[in-house]
Design a binder for this molecule. Sequence first.
Ligand SMILES: [Zn+2]
Length: 180
Amino acid sequence: MPIRVLSASNDPGLAHSRELLLLDQGCEVKTSLSKSHAQELIQSHPFDVLVFGNSLTPDVCQELAKDFRARNRQGKIVEVHLAHWDPPMSQPDAITIGPEELIAAIRDFAEQVSEPSDQDGLVRSLPRVGLNAGEITCPHCQILLVMDAVMDSITKVQDCPNCKKAFLVVNDPPVDPCLS
Ligand SMILES: [Zn+2]
């Protein structure tokens, strides 16, 4: 999956060349040319990376950073600066000078984003509960739950509607009485 980048800028010329640069790297790019447009995009599209151009003011960056992080905690923010002594405008994950550094930072983030999640490890660590004639008992709060759907899979992650904690439903095949 291509990394999704929002490039925020106030300068149409710089924004355009940055968009071409990022497209060339295989990124999916949207460009905003105003704070309100950036906010609209943040609310309506998922982004992995937010790039702040140096034409933005620290006030705008901080506001957009807040909106962006509220939408995507794992999202990364890159600031494009003109010089190493420029102070950061928000709390960026990276500060880059020039296109090479920007590309390197985005590649870095793309690797982190594409790392396999620990979904399997998470599932293995959940408490297991046997399905008993369509009923299960929540291992966290001991409430009795009736499963409304017949499960075709053997195991299933279920959130308790009462305590909201997850557990693993194990649907053991029926025991053949002739075998016991
Ligand atoms: Zn519960």
